[in-house]
Design a protein. Structure first.
Length: 146
């Protein structure tokens, strides 16, 4: 159950969210079932949540939305943080890319590349969306439903 994986991933990071007073909401309009390696999908969601936290100001907000359509289950992680410049949006999944305009450059730049690879290995995808700097970002993991 993708919703259970999402909730467990959020619960793992609750102390980090609390430390920064970042509110996290898990919203679900469906409870899709997926045939996945739970550990690897958890790895993807932990990466997305950690990145969202790293780019969200203290007291900010992160939203995790689990949804489905006829063939696909999705988990979208949206933050109200610094966002991604339009010119960097296509590159965020490139190995070692850490953004040209971000003020917080954490990590090695491998996490999103690995996360996308895990999504694709499960027959799905991982995409990034942002209206630009100052507008937050959304990362959506899509997986085939069973």
């Amino acid at each position: 159950a993708l919703l259970e994986i999402a909730r467990a991933s959020v619960d793992q990071l609750r102390p980090m969210f609390a430390e920064r007073a970042v509110e996290v909401d898990v919203i679900c309009d469906a409870e899709p079932l997926v045939d996945v390696d739970e550990g690897r999908v958890t790895q993807v969601l932990i990466n997305l949540l950690t990145n969202a936290l790293g780019h969200t100001p203290d007291g900010g907000h992160i939203k995790v939305v689990v949804a489905q359509d006829e063939a696909t289950a999705t988990v979208a992680v949206t933050d109200d943080g610094e966002g991604i410049s339009v010119k960097d949006l296509d590159q965020v999944f490139d190995r070692f890319f850490r953004g040209s305009s971000t003020t917080k450059r954490h990590g090695s730049g491998l996490g999103l590349s690995v996360a996308r690879g895990i999504g694709e290995a499960h027959g799905g995808s991982l995409i990034a969306e942002s209206e630009g700097i100052g507008h937050g970002a959304t990362f959506t993991l899509s997986l085939p439903r069973v």
